[in-house]
Write a protein that binds this ligand. Sequence first.
Ligand code: PEP
Ligand code: MN
Length: 356
Amino acid sequence: MIISIRSQADSDERAQLMALLCRVIDARQPITTTHVDGRDVIVLAGGALDEQSSVLLKQQSAVECLLALKTPYQLVSRAFKPEGSSIVVGKQTGGNPVTIGSERGAPVIIAGPCSVEGREQILANAAAVKAAGAHILRGGAFKPRTSPYQFHGLGLEGLELLAEARAATGLPVITEVMEPGMVETVAQYADILQIGSRNMQNYSLLQAAGRNSQQRPVMLKRGFAATIDEWLLAAEYVVAAGNPDVILCERGIRSFDTHTRNVLDLTCVPLLHELTHLPIIVDPSHATGRRELVPMMSRAAIAAGADGLILEAHLDPESAVSDGRQTITIERLQGIVRQTSMIARIMQESDIEQVA
Ligand code: PEP
Ligand code: MN
């Protein structure tokens, strides 16, 4: 249940409301107060109140409205914000601002190498992906790797190089943060904090990203064995901690077949648009693990209604230090930018969605 507080409510009215809440709910039940979309809200776990208590709450002068939701996630649900979220990135860091979500016409394209490998590599690749039509630069500085003996990224130096690439190209940058103690440092450099698949349920990381003092948006990748509800609840952690700017990223889930690295769950895209107001990005690179499948899956993702794509692209994919097998060339990237914006335009101009 979400209780929206009237913005004019004074401290006495708010205290009265809290006193009533403490009386009507189970004492072990947490009461979460947060601020989203310019309003103070109180969130209780779904179905926390009986009919009589709801009536009492509605009579409180501090209460604007009550929203009783049956879903376990609350603030990220479509019912809370029917119009859909749009997130602007890049404004505060001097990059060219980019909108992600419902207000944007063409799909947003995030592209770049899996890892920042060195100064020349990231500057040359940033310029190349920009020329190919990408809007945001990706590159890992802190890399979660399956083996302890693989390349784990350049760390802080990688963050500095990403900031240099942004200054040179104007592209906002996205990079992964792996631990709560590094959130503030990464947020000083990055326009978007990426939380990776392996960390989707790292709750202290989600809360730290939700509280980051720079208010950087978070792109939350789906855990490779996460259900949609688990994923939305992970997003809810970030929003409940005070950061409404969350972008979901479908990057494939694990299954039994070994031909592809993961299974790209495109069904989740239209489903999520029903369940949540958050923007949805698709990552066909990690989903397939094979560069030859990336263009087709990119087109399919946009046709399924994704708000954009994140693609691993490199001037020389064969030489990439990590994930070269799934990394596309810059020419391929250019083709995907062109084709996906055509598909999005056709979908907007026609009545495809209405007749579906
Ligand atoms: C990445 O995007 O660099 C990455 C590690 O992806 P994932 O968390 O989806 O495996
Ligand atoms: Mn990668």
